[in-house]
Design a protein around this ligand. Structure first.
Ligand SMILES: CC(C)(COP(=O)(O)OP(=O)(O)OC[C@H]1O[C@@H](n2cnc3c(N)ncnc32)[C@H](O)[C@@H]1OP(=O)(O)O)[C@@H](O)C(=O)NCCC(=O)NCCS
Length: 149
């Protein structure tokens, strides 16, 4: 997983320790996809403690060889159906302005669910990253139909 994330710019590279915490403490809210024993996809996510109606998507990575086959969308839908996300009505994530593939994914997800995608700056280049990282724009998708579990 650490290698997949590293091969998926512009994702930030996490420590292996961070990825291992996702795989253990947060395994109910993360998903990975394998084919023939090869790791092809990964989404880390969680339910923000202060916003229990929200499914926050942290990172989405699909191996270059598996892109364009609907895998990222399948993984998002798999997460949406998890008991851990029962009752959520909102999906949020952050995306840099020039990440066309990521915006397309979340715009397609909003369309599928008849929801609206709103953008606002969340973590800003100067104020939060001291100029070292592009602004991360929050995409907020709502309202999502409640999943029946
Ligand atoms: C973004 C990423 C996860 C998409 O994975 P994927 O499996 O190829 O996406 P899907 O095949 O499920 O496509 C979902 C939708 O996004 C669109 N899309 C995906 N990649 C696109 C691209 N490069 N340009 C335009 N649209 C794109 C698809 O057309 C589809 O829309 P549709 O349902 O209207 O046809 C993948 O490109 C990736 O890993 N990129 C590097 C890491 C990254 O940027 N992650 C996202 C940051 S949170």
């Amino acid at each position: 997983m650490t290698a997949l994330i590293a091969a998926s710019p512009p994702l930030d590279i996490n420590s292996a320790y961070c990825n291992l915490l996702q795989c253990t403490d947060f395994s109910d809210t993360c998903v990975l996809a394998e084919r023939g024993g090869e790791l092809l996809g990964w989404i880390s996510a969680y339910r923000p403690p202060a916003a229990p109606d929200t499914l926050f998507i942290w990172q989405v990575a699909v191996a270059p060889a598996a892109r364009g086959e609907g895998l990222a969308m399948r993984m998002l839908e798999e997460l949406r159906g998890r008991p851990a996300f029962a009752g959520t009505r909102v999906l949020t994530t952050t995306v840099t302005a020039d990440n066309t593939a990521s915006w397309s994914l979340f715009e397609a997800f909003a369309r599928r669910h008849g929801a609206t995608l709103e953008r606002s700056p969340r973590f800003e280049r100067q104020a939060h990253f001291a100029g070292a990282h592009d602004t991360e724009w929050e995409a907020r998708i709502a309202p999502l139909p409640t999943q029946s579990q």
